[in-house]
Design a protein around this ligand. Structure first.
Ligand code: MRU
Length: 347
């Protein structure tokens, strides 16, 4: 059964508060536009596809309170300001706006809820298709040598980042279910430690995994201990340049140096037709406090933080991996070389 971090109700949604994971599983009920926007901003929900789905429900919740043209425009504007890099947010808002703009105000609340549910269902289907396509790539690796396929991932592009089995981790779960032995290298992903989320959800599904410090990735590739990498994406430009969580670029450089296949898995809602190349992708700069502090468990088993440094820090949250370093991009429509994105989107 999929771990679904967002469960739609009839007039509200329930979200798993990812700020407290992996230490506590706390669900929160969200029933207003503002609560939705805050959940995205504070990263209680996170991951590009899940941010898009949450924003769709944010618009739907806004329409239940006030379905005027002004309220629609304000809801879309409020949600669009929450996080800058994941383009799935803007894709979902555009889909909601298009559906609602032509509808009479009296029908908007019902239409909006149906459309948000459809976006949620489409994300589940896209995850499943990415899993099927990626399974073939993992099976190819498995046929090359005995023992588990050793896959490195970064950040969390699993069930917690989506509505289904994830993007980068969907092929992993599909391989595990098919009886192909896999073993995951999961990088910590400082400063927000999304790697812990990946380790948590993989362990929950019984998939062998090992957490590493971010700086260990190159060493493991150099030692021949990585067969392939699969990461997610937050925005993919027309030329295949890909923005993903900070640290992805360094992994891609090391993978290229050691001739290890480097795959990006993302639904087509992550492609930005308005962005010619990676230079046009907005990179989120987050608070220095996230670098200055470490979080963990205190003696009462509660999440707690300590300050490790009070000086000047910078916190760019994403980086851009050039298309030339990417072996293929894995979408719900199949896998494609970055140079051939246009053919995939036209199909
Ligand atoms: O800042 P986050 O946690 O929302 O980061 C987004 C991500 O989860 C990753 O960059 C991920 O690899 C792509 S989204 C499936």
């Amino acid at each position: 059964m999929t771990l679904n971090p967002l469960i739609p109700g009839s007039g509200s949604i329930r979200i798993l508060d990812q700020c407290l994971l992996p230490y506590a599983e706390t669900w929160r009920e969200i029933d207003t536009l503002e609560a939705c926007a805050r959940a995205i901003e504070t990263m209680q929900v996170r991951g590009a596809p899940l941010i898009g789905v949450t924003a769709a429900f944010g618009v739907a919740l806004a329409m239940r309170a006030n379905a005027s043209d002004t309220a629609l425009a304000e809801a879309v504007a409020r949600l669009a300001r929450t996080r800058p890099t994941a383009v799935n947010l803007h894709w979902a808002l555009a889909r909601m706006r298009e559906k609602l703009a032509a509808a009479p105000a009296s029908e908007r609340a019902a239409i909006a809820w149906r459309e948000a549910l459809a976006i949620h269902a489409d994300d589940i289907a896209a995850n499943a298709a990415i899993g099927r396509h990626g399974l073939a790539l993992i099976a190819e690796q498995a046929a090359r040598k005995p023992g588990p396929v050793r896959i490195m991932t970064h950040c969390n592009a699993g069930a917690l980042a989506t509505s289904g089995w994830g993007t980068a981790l969907a092929p992993v779960y599909a391989a595990h279910a098919a009886g192909i032995p896999v073993s995951l290298w999961v990088s910590e992903t400082r400063p927000r430690n999304q790697g812990l989320l990946s380790a948590w959800e993989l362990s929950r599904e019984g998939v062998p995994n090992t957490l590493i410090a971010d700086n260990a990735a190159g060493h493991l590739m150099q030692r021949g201990e990585v067969d392939m990498l699969i990461v997610g994406a937050d925005r993919i430009a027309q030329n295949g340049d890909t923005a993903n969580k900070i640290g992805t670029y360094l992994k891609a450089l090391a993978a290229a140096a050691h001739k290890i296949p480097f795959y990006v898995a993302a639904p087509t809602s992550t492609f930005d037709a308005a962005c010619a190349d990676g230079g046009g992708i907005p990179i989120e700069n987050r608070s220095a406090a996230e670098v200055q502090r470490l979080s963990g468990l205190n003696e009462l088993q509660q999440k707690t933080e300590v300050c490790i440094f009070a000086g000047h820090c910078a916190n760019p949250a994403f980086d851009v991996t050039p298309a030339a370093l990417i072996t293929a991009i894995l979408t719900e429509r199949g896998s494609v070389a970055p140079a051939n994105i246009a053919t995939l989107l036209d199909s």
